[in-house]
Write a protein that binds this ligand. Structure first.
Ligand code: AKG
Length: 276
């Protein structure tokens, strides 16, 4: 459970480092499952398994060099029971429920981002919720667990403290040549908003939490080290289906507009006993 000062830190910054939630054996087991799914060997399949920077993909208006790669797997929980158990990790779920102030958590989706050594590409500066245009409100919390030490050298995430309080600026976000975040129209930001980013280094097996409006991104991995991680994006009890645009999870939705986003593809992984 998180204490008062941790909850206050998350409320102020929009991100927080948690404890080490997986021991070495548990990390090894997830790495082995990840290898199977990534190589297409698992019987059940995830929703996506691709290079986020596919050859035809534009990253912030620039064509990526063909050999830069970020392996993105969406909903590895559907392909791997071990990753489903991970999504229901008791410590993580209790803490996310505290951060969301809710009694029930559903999985919106999960996401592996693997930046291979040397060729690992960048993940552009973004806010999560504007990229999820089928759900409201914008108060989800993600739990990002490192499967390798994530450090500056291998492309850990960077965060902009307090940015979760500034609203939706997704379409104005870009970066400079050093991967520092840049807002194209800073006059739209609240007075005094400081867009300086800080590194969010997370140890192997440790969890880091972030709010769905926090500005974040991760630069290239030019080191010899792998950078594997699993993020689970959790919905509190009240998250509704409100489509305004497309999303890869849209075809899995079978509730009506305005309804709580429930169903077998959005499983409940945490419930305070007797709450429903
Ligand atoms: O793994 C990364 O570097 C980025 C992940 C991310 O954007 C997220 O979990 O919301």
């Amino acid at each position: 459970m998180l204490n008062e000062s941790q909850l206050a830190e998350f409320a102020k910054n929009g991100f927080l480092k948690g404890s080490v939630v997986l021991n070495d054996a548990e990390v090894e087991a997830l790495r082995a499952e990840l290898d199977d799914v990534m190589q297409g060997k698992s019987v059940k399949k995830p929703v996506l398994n691709h290079n986020l920077l596919g050859e035809d993909t534009l990253y912030d208006g620039m064509k990526m060099t063909a050999n830069e790669k970020v392996v993105q797997i969406v909903n590895i929980w559907m392909a791997s029971d071990a990753f489903f158990r991970h999504a229901a990790n008791k410590t993580i779920c209790e803490e996310v429920a505290q951060l969301c102030n809710t009694d029930t958590l559903r999985v919106w989706h999960d996401q592996i981002q693997y930046k291979p050594p040397i060729t690992g590409g960048p993940t552009a500066w973004h806010q999560d919720h504007p990229l999820w245009p089928i759900i409201q409100p914008a108060d989800l919390v993600s739990a990002w667990v490192a499967l390798d030490d994530a450090v500056i050298e291998n492309g850990c995430m960077w965060m902009v403290p307090g940015s979760h309080k500034w609203g939706n600026h997704q379409k104005h976000l870009t970066s400079d040549k050093d991967f520092k975040p840049v807002h194209r129209h800073p006059e739209l930001l609240p007075e005094g908003a400081d867009t300086t980013a800080v590194p969010f280094e997370i140890k192997k097996g440790q969890v880091g939490y972030h709010h769905s409006l926090t500005w974040h991104g991760s630069p290239n991995n030019r080191s010899e080290l792998k950078r594997r991680a699993i993020a689970v994006h959790y919905m509190p009890a009240h998250t509704r289906y409100e489509p305004t645009s497309n999303h890869v999870m849209l075809s899995y939705v079978d509730v009506n507009k305005g309804d709580i986003l429930k169903g077998e593809h959005f499983p409940v992984v945490f419930e305070v006993t007797g709450s429903r």
